[in-house]
Design a protein around this ligand. Structure first.
Ligand SMILES: Nc1nc2c(ncn2[C@@H]2O[C@H](COP(=O)(O)OP(=O)(O)OP(=O)(O)O)[C@@H](O)[C@H]2O)c(=O)[nH]1
Ligand SMILES: [Zn+2]
Length: 347
């Protein structure tokens, strides 16, 4: 085990999962690309290897950023993740699609203009907390704030969550980009989310020196055909890794009840002291939340956003369950049709 594994983002969390035998015989790698039938993995020397997916593994088991053990040709074992971002898949068969693994910090990006929206920031905060990732709010366009001052935007973002880190900057200014260094050093893994046009690509270019959107790799596959695959892991100037997968930019909320509870712990704590355990915080007597609003301790807008976020999460999580239900019904029906056919054929 060489020291350079640290550079890949390897920590004690992963070392602790290895048996002495695995330690001796297998190579730790980090997944940089997930293809249909193979994975591109980086070893401690940051050499790219194409590893075959064989045996029990299929591509959808893996996310960019995963750590695994390889025998040099194949993946032997996937290691437990420190954090995971997934999204709901459209199809029935696989309910969630893995987007990225083992990210330390999520830069939730917005700008000093109409894009700044507390509800949207809270949605990303809930996603980060649920996934086990430290959120940092990055507010771009501090050099040309609209509607209010850059400091006012910073204050509004800070108020969203206790001890929340907020960096307000001009993403085009290298001196400002340098203020992001605490999250970009050797061993650290970062991802960016935010709406279109807020400056994600500009921040990414500042951190890596590369244009992410155009950094696709063209190469020839085994049969000599040209293929274009999107690169997803980029080395940052400060030594860390930036993960940018296509799914990262379209993250939606799902199955994030714990993340929402943590983000709004003041409200959840209050709700626990309401007189009725099923209190809807509308007109019930003994409602601690109504009392906090009346006394000015709780902001009505915040309560409203909490409700909407919970509804959105419930709706999106429910759909997954329903899809599963539909899938089961469909496979039952398919089975009974097959059975009937076999019976007709006299099998
Ligand atoms: N003045 C100023 N312009 C910025 C700043 N950050 C980004 N921009 C500009 O805003 C525009 C959009 O920035 P991008 O980096 O492309 O935004 P994006 O979030 O990557 O957008 P998508 O690729 O659509 O997701 C570009 O013209 C940038 O030059 C900033 O801090 N200050
Ligand atoms: Zn109540």
């Amino acid at each position: 085990m060489t020291f350079d594994l640290k550079t890949l983002g390897w920590t004690q969390h992963f070392t602790g999962q290895l048996s002495p035998e695995e330690f001796e015989t297998l190579t730790p790698v980090r997944i940089a690309e997930v293809r249909r039938r193979s994975l591109i993995a980086l070893d401690a020397a940051q050499t790219r290897h194409e590893l075959a997916l064989t045996g029990e593994f299929i591509a959808s088991d893996f996310a960019v950023g995963d750590f695994a053990l390889s025998d040099g040709e194949r993946i032997i074992r996937l290691l437990d993740r420190r954090s995971l971002i997934s999204r709901k898949a459209a199809g029935i068969a696989s309910e969630t699609q893995l987007i990225a693994a083992n990210i330390d910090t999520l830069f939730i990006t917005t700008s000093c203009n109409h894009d700044f929206n507390e509800a949207r920031l809270e949605r990303y905060l809930a996603i980060a907390i649920e996934a086990g990732i430290d959120p940092v709010i990055v507010i771009t366009k501090a050099d040309k704030p609209e509607e209010m001052s850059a400091d006012a935007y910073t204050d509004r973002a800070r108020a969203l969550y206790r001890d929340l880190q907020v960096v307000t900057l001009n993403a085009k200014d290298p001196a400002d980009i340098a203020r992001l260094a605490p999250w970009c050093g050797t061993g650290q893994t970062l991802a960016l989310v935010g709406s279109s046009g807020v400056g994600k690509s500009t921040v990414a270019r500042g951190l890596t020196g590369e244009d992410l959107a155009v950094a696709d790799i063209r190469e020839d596959d085994a049969k000599g055909r040209h293929t274009t695959t999107a690169r997803s892991m980029y080395r940052m100037h400060d030594g860390g890794w930036l993960i940018d997968t296509p799914g990262m930019r379209e993250l939606a909320l799902h199955d994030a009840a714990d993340g929402i509870d943590a983000l709004f712990s003041d409200i959840t704590d209050l709700a626990a002291t309401c007189k009725f355990s099923d209190c809807q915080h509308e007109t019930e007597p003994g409602c601690a939340i109504r009392a906090a609003i009346d006394s000015g301790d709780l902001d009505e807008d915040r309560l409203d956003r909490w409700r909407k976020l919970k509804d959105e999460d419930a709706r999106n999580s429910e759909t997954v369950a329903e899809a599963r239900q539909r899938g089961r019904k469909f496979s039952k029906m398919a089975k009974s049709v097959m059975k009937a056919k076999r019976a007709r054929r006299g099998e």
